[in-house]
Design a protein around this ligand. Structure first.
Ligand SMILES: Cc1cc2nc3c(=O)[nH]c(=O)nc-3n(C[C@H](O)[C@H](O)[C@H](O)COP(=O)(O)OP(=O)(O)OC[C@H]3O[C@@H](n4cnc5c(N)ncnc54)[C@H](O)[C@@H]3O)c2cc1C
Length: 461
């Protein structure tokens, strides 16, 4: 097998952030030989990305802009059989809608979203795949909730087009499809805010990566073993790949794939159940101007937040609104791969479905005419500090010498921001140093679980 092409000719035009990809660290990426005995049948790559989800597909695109066919991406396709009989890893993006908005009380999340959303249109045009519906997004909270004003202010600094509604009557007049509670206030964000189709966003990123020459293998990774100056990656189909570096973007499965002590990455995985409210064509037309919504319900005993997308077509032909929530108390289903699989195969939680139905049909949209109501399980992975981990996870090795990197822990908010998360991760891997001059690496550092585990923080979608 020929060694990977030297990256001296690599360019990373789409990925620049005041960085020069031609520096000596990037050429070390593929010129360093693996210094240990390795399987003779193994393929070779400069960089392998594990996971073809939202973050992984973005990272692959940016890495492929630098390294072309020397980038290999490995991950299983969406299951084509029923989830009960599927034996591979699941994903948090098998859906038709994820909210996109800049407004967020956390300036880091707002920046990640603003940068990603600003690139949606160019990605759609370049790939020919539509994934973005800028229908606007409304964030509703009781007036006294400081996080509303904080979100407004943070988003304003990022240039978001937004309007603040502080009076219930004005809010109600402006959005008659919703029923607001007395005392509710809201931010309505326009511009690029709305929702994305996560399946199509992944498809667009992968199409661009393939155009750049990246190789994509639809298999599951079973083991990552650091060896000398590189890593050996094995898959469920018996493939072995030798790479100088590996970037793990396997969502809630990431920590189980990491070698050595990196397995103790501090991640908590919460079970989530979403409600699909199927509507007929007339109802879909009535709601065609409906923005996405996120609602703070401090008095609800079960859910802290609910959010939803307007009706969209699902692969089985149904047109449905997707509604989800953040339970005050959620089950942790991320203690093992078996736990995760069991949750996805369970079909979701009936009690959570009933609570979502009650909030949607009795409080938020009492006039909604539905044809059917069904549920789907999903998971959200929280990190110790409430932002994704984008870091080296290779024992004592620092960024410049590390072989194993991670970009994971979406905290329920990473779909809309996956392009920037993937870009930062790709640049970090290419250059062996933190790539952004205006985002502090400490916001994304990997944290390991210890006794008396750090408390996770919770962001809204
Ligand atoms: C119900 C729900 C609603 C959400 N709503 C929003 C929202 O409105 N807005 C928003 O911004 N975010 C939202 N999110 C969060 C968002 O979907 C996640 O943050 C995002 O999917 C995380 O991306 P990821 O790439 O880390 O993980 P994923 O998208 O889950 O991708 C991980 C990939 O890794 C692969 N993988 C796993 N194991 C292996 C292995 N062994 N080998 C190879 N590949 C492997 C999987 O197949 C998968 O494709 C929501 C999440 C949920 C569950």
């Amino acid at each position: 097998m020929a060694p990977p092409p030297p990256p001296a000719t690599a360019t990373m035009a789409a990925a620049t952030d005041h960085d020069d990809p031609h520096d000596e660290r990037s050429s070390a990426l593929s010129s360093t030989r693996l210094l240990v005995a390795t399987p003779s049948h193994a393929q070779r790559s400069s960089v392998v990305v594990v996971g073809l989800g939202l973050i992984g597909s973005a990272a692959i695109r940016y890495l492929s802009a630098a390294f072309g066919s020397s980038v290999l991406a490995i991950g299983p396709p969406e299951p084509s059989v029923s989830w009960e009989t599927y034996s591979g890893p699941f994903s948090s993006h098998y859906d038709q809608g994820r909210l996109a908005r800049i407004a967020d009380p956390d300036p880091v999340w707002a920046a990640l979203a603003a940068r990603s959303m600003a690139r949606y249109r160019a990605l759609e045009q370049a790939s020919g795949i539509r994934f973005h519906e800028p229908v606007g997004s409304i964030r509703v909270s009781p007036l006294h909730d400081n996080s509303l004003y904080r979100s407004f202010e943070v988003a304003r600094r990022h240039g978001a087009e937004q309007e603040l509604f502080e009076f219930h009557d004005m809010l109600q007049d402006r959005f008659p499809c919703f029923q607001f509670q007395t005392g509710d206030a809201a931010i309505m964000e326009r511009g690029e805010a709305g929702f994305i189709n996560p399946r199509n966003l992944v498809a667009a990123q992968l199409a661009m990566a393939e155009k750049n020459g990246a190789r994509i293998v639809r298999e599951s990774v079973t083991e990552i073993v650091p060896m000398g100056s590189g890593v050996c990656i094995s898959t469920d189909k018996g493939r072995s790949v030798l790479a100088r570096k590996v970037l793990v973007c396997a969502g809630s499965y990431s920590k189980f794939l990491l070698p050595g002590d990196a397995k103790h990455l501090d991640m908590t995985t919460h079970a989530r159940t979403v409600l699909l409210a199927e509507v007929d064509a007339r109802e879909a037309v009535r709601l065609r101007d409906m923005p996405t919504f996120i609602w703070h319900l401090p008095k609800n005993p079960y859910l802290n937040w609910v959010y939803g997308c307007p009706p969209v077509e699902y692969p089985d032909g149904r047109v449905a609104m997707k509604v989800g929530g953040t339970a005050w108390k959620a089950a942790d289903v991320g203690n093992s791969v078996e736990d995760l699989s069991a949750w996805f195969k369970s079909g979701g939680d009936e009690v959570e479905q009933k609570v979502l139905e009650e909030v949607l049909l009795q409080q938020l949209m009492p006039g909604l005419r539905t044809l059917s109501l069904s549920r789907k399980p999903c998971v959200v992975s929280f990190t110790a500090h409430g932002r994704p981990y984008i870091d080296a996870v290779d024992g004592d090795r620092c960024l410049s010498t590390a072989r194993v990197f991670v970009a994971t822990g979406g905290c329920g908010a990473a779909a809309k921001s996956s392009d920037e998360i993937g870009r930062l991760a790709a640049l970090m891997v290419v250059h062996g140093r933190w790539p952004s001059s205006d985002m502090d690496s400490s916001a994304f550092r990997a944290v390991y679980a210890r006794k008396g585990k750090t408390q996770s923080s919770f962001s809204s979608p």
